[in-house]
Design a protein around this ligand. Structure first.
Ligand SMILES: C[S@@+](CC[C@H](N)C(=O)[O-])C[C@H]1O[C@@H](n2cnc3c(N)ncnc32)[C@H](O)[C@@H]1O
Length: 420
């Protein structure tokens, strides 16, 4: 079932790099997304019709929903992170360009003037005496806040959201740190960059021009629905997913990457959360792929032979794990995947397909075959495993754990609800 000569191998389908300059995607660069080309291929192969439904329970920046919308397909996405679901939602919006232009002028005046940011002095957001490094220089935070206050007063809903996204995106382009794997890493020349109000305003102008141009050239004709919340609950309780024909999705990888931590600047800038406690509560709603929260302990463990072999190895080599909770996290992750695949089965149309992108992980010197384990789990949930197509080999960063593993497989697992 594992196809190492998969037709999409090494074609850039699982990465987001080529979307940097694409209309609408370019409003905010989301590093962890997959390519719209993957969604297009899935649409083509599954034969989904324009009156049928495409879904993505781990919607992220909304590649599945935006690609579907632009091609005229109905789609629904779920995303737990309020910033990311706001991003996905906003990328799907149309607006009156003249009205947007009018607000752009007012926005630039308010941002130029600025207002005292509530993030000044908070955590590592700005410079203070005991810090060696900080995320934003003060003039950016104040300029952002001036713009934010103006944006909040815009009566037209879509324009208000578009302007807010432009503000967050411009602030992140002028942040002293950038996303790098599992962490925010300070740019090597962050002090010399000297990001300030002027560079922030330049970024803001450019993003707003791109937004106006893209809305004009690529209006959305089939708007998607994006729900903010935990897909493990929403899939079960909502009627919106009934009889879906295609699911193109990518859950968090089993690599201890905590999206709520990485997107902390955006969550606070956009006032999606106000206190560290809220961040912790959000973490509890995410799929159990990291060790940053005290999860409910998993109870299931009958996930097939690949899983059994993996756990046997991990448990026998506990001294080579970076954290004592890794075995529990691995079990909990697959329990979550089983739950989701089971619910999806109850919602699927008779010839529905799932395209699920994952990467393998490395623990205690072992490459954990996440794709093969999920293949087993899907079959257990009642899906027919069509193929596990290898998309590429990911270079693995060197750590003191699993030094023998230098690359990890990234694949798409294709399930079908009918045998052929
Ligand atoms: C690999 S990313 C998806 C990226 C997406 N394919 C794209 O192209 O933008 C996984 C996403 O799952 C989200 N997530 C984690 N736990 C979730 C949950 N319980 N319900 C819904 N979304 C969740 C994360 O916040 C993250 O945005």
């Amino acid at each position: 079932m594992l196809n190492d000569n998969f037709i999409l191998k090494n074609g850039g389908y699982s990465n987001y790099e080529d979307t940097r300059d694409l209309p609408r995607h370019r409003w905010y660069y989301y590093k962890e997304g997959f390519s719209p080309n993957l969604v297009e291929k899935a649409i083509e192969h599954s034969g989904v019709g324009k009156d049928e439904l495409i879904i993505d329970p781990f919607n992220g920046s909304g590649t599945t929903t935006l690609t579907s919308a632009l091609k005229g397909y109905k789609s629904v996405g779920i995303e737990v992170n309020p910033f990311t679901s706001f991003l996905s939602n906003t990328k799907n919006k149309n607006a009156d360009i003249n009205e947007l232009e009018k607000w752009k002028e007012k926005l630039l005046i308010s941002s130029e003037k600025g207002s005292a940011s509530p993030l000044l002095g908070f955590s590592t957001f700005s410079n203070k005496t005991d810090l060696e490094k900080w995320l934003f220089n003060d003039s950016i935070l104040n300029s952002f806040e001036g713009g934010w206050q103006l944006a909040s007063s815009i009566p037209a809903y879509n324009i208000r959201k578009l302007v807010k996204l432009a503000l967050i995106s411009a602030a992140m382009q002028n942040c002293n740190a950038k996303k790098d794997g599992k962490c925010l890493r300070y740019r090597s020349n962050w002090e010399q960059n000297n990001f300030d109000k002027d560079s922030f305003l330049e970024s803001l102008k450019l993003i707003l021009s791109n937004i106006a141009a893209d809305i004009k050239e690529q209006p959305i004709t089939q708007k998607s629905t994006i729900i903010n919340g935990d897909c493990r609950e929403i899939l079960e309780t909502s009627n919106l997913f009934k009889s879906f024909k295609l699911c193109v999705t990518s859950p968090p990888y089993l690599n201890t990457f905590d999206y709520t931590d990485i997107y902390r600047p955006e969550l606070f800038l956009g006032k999606f959360i106000k206190r560290p406690r809220n961040l912790y509560n959000l973490r509890l709603k995410t799929v159990r792929s990291h060790i940053q929260a005290k999860w409910k302990e998993p109870t299931l463990n009958n996930f097939g032979t690949f899983y059994e072999e993996t756990m046997e190895h991990i448990n026998a080599n506990k001294e080579n794990l970076m954290h004592k909770n890794i075995p529990m996290m691995v079990q909990a992750y697959f329990e979550d995947m089983l739950k989701i695949l089971k619910i999806l089965k109850t919602k699927a149309s008779k010839d529905a397909q799932i395209w699920l992108v994952v990467s393998n992980s490395a623990y205690a010197g072992l490459e954990v075959p996440v794709d093969l384990i999920i293949g087993d789990i899907g079959s257990k949930a009642g899906w027919y495993l069509k193929e596990i197509g290898v998309l590429r080999s990911l270079k693995k960063r060197k750590t003191k754990y699993s030094t023998n593993i230098v690359q990890l497989r990234e694949s798409v697992i294709i399930f079908s609800n009918s045998k052929i």
